[in-house]
Design a protein around this ligand. Structure first.
Ligand code: SF4
Length: 359
């Protein structure tokens, strides 16, 4: 059992430059130790200091006494018939978070959580019903990726994780500092070394967070969970719109200094009779004018206790056609893993029942 006090340094949680400062200033070690430790922590994603074989034993013992190493515990994996899978993890303090893994031919996309639960209250989302418990640390965010990699490895699955989306439980821009730090860790060449072009942060429209991202010295892809074309309907579906109106959101997006060849993705969860009208489809291109963008249209994944239903396939097509005609790329994607509670929050919500959380 790890008896290290909770306020000691969590090695998994440090960015490269923070680790370097810790190694040199606090431990009094030579700078090259940073490369060694960071590679073990994030390239190899070890869960045990003793596996760091090129790190001197005395240093490992000291780290064992003076630091801790966040590792999530995988508590359940549910495979879907469509090849996607959902993994539920328990944090060191006993909370549940989940990640979704979506295969695409030889590649795999992974959806990571940034918070335990969520405060945003979106009407179509199972996580909203859980409320917000706490935000995740950068170490807990990146460890979801490492646990998924380990799970694939255990199954003898050699497919590469090629894309990461911050779109699981929680609102990444309501946990901006840890989101940014986790991105720095994931993109580091000695870590998972994922290209910024393969990472997407998806937000419900937290405008101050978007404005902060616009000032970062690196850029990842930005996705906006839009889901409505009028202030009124968006307020109904996404209460955050009362604080950050559609007007404010689009002002921030038009000012966003998008790098060349990047486009903002608008996610649009299509709900029969709510946001799928011909008028919505006609308004959408006008609403996004001036923003280089593409669309992901996703028929809603029914959530227990909600009366939202996906439109019929021909209605989905009828909705997409005018947007395509207006010159936009439109990808229609079925909600993945409908048979495994793949809408974010559904699995954690189910596992929260006492019978399942107590092992
Ligand atoms: S859709 Fe995302 S932002 Fe909205 S409640 Fe669910 S997790 Fe939170």
């Amino acid at each position: 059992m790890n008896t290290t006090p909770k306020d000691t340094v969590d090695l998994r949680d440090l960015t490269y430059s923070e680790l370097e400062r810790y190694v040199v200033e606090d431990l009094g070690e030579r700078r090259f130790r940073t490369d060694q430790l960071f590679s073990w922590l994030h390239g190899q994603a070890v869960t045990d200091l003793d596996l760091m074989t090129n790190v001197a034993k005395e240093l490992r013992q000291r780290l064992g006494r003076e630091t801790r190493l966040t590792t999530l515990q995988t508590v359940e994996v549910v495979d879907s018939k469509d090849g996607s899978a959902k993994l539920a993890f328990r944090t060191a303090d006993g909370h549940l978070v989940e990640s979704v893994l979506m295969p695409e031919e030889r590649k795999i996309s992974v959806c990571l959580s940034t918070q335990v639960g969520c405060a945003m209250g979106c009407a179509f989302c199972a996580t909203a019903g859980l409320g917000l418990t706490r935000s995740l640390t950068a170490g807990e965010i990146v460890d979801q990726l490492y646990r998924i990699r380990a799970w694939l490895q255990d199954r003898g699955d050699d497919r590469r994780i090629s894309n990461i989306v911050y779109m699981g439980m929680g609102e990444p821009l309501a946990n901006l500092r840890q989101t940014r730090r986790s991105l720095e860790i994931i993109m580091h060449p000695l870590g998972a070394n994922l290209s910024s072009r393969r990472i997407t942060v998806s937000t419900a429209g937290v405008v101050p967070g978007i404005e902060r991202m616009a000032t970062w010295d690196f850029q990842v892809n930005l996705a906006i969970s839009l889901n409505a074309t009028t202030q009124q309907v968006r307020e109904r579906l996404m209460p955050i719109t009362r604080r950050y109106s559609l007007d404010r959101l689009f002002t921030a997006l038009r000012a966003f200094p998008l790098e060349k060849r990047r486009r903002i993705t608008f996610e649009y969860v299509l709900i029969a009779g709510v946001n799928d009208s011909d008028e919505d489809a006609a308004r959408l291109p006008r609403l996004v004018a001036g923003v280089p963008c593409k669309f992901n249209i996703i028929p809603v994944n029914p959530v227990d206790g909600s009366d939202f239903a996906p439109p019929a396939p021909d209605r989905v097509e009828a909705f997409c056609a005018p947007i395509r005609r207006a010159g936009y790329t439109v990808i229609t994607r079925n909600s993945r893993g409908a048979d495994i509670s793949a809408a974010c929050g559904q699995l954690a919500g189910r596992l929260k029942s006492p019978n399942l959380t107590d092992e």
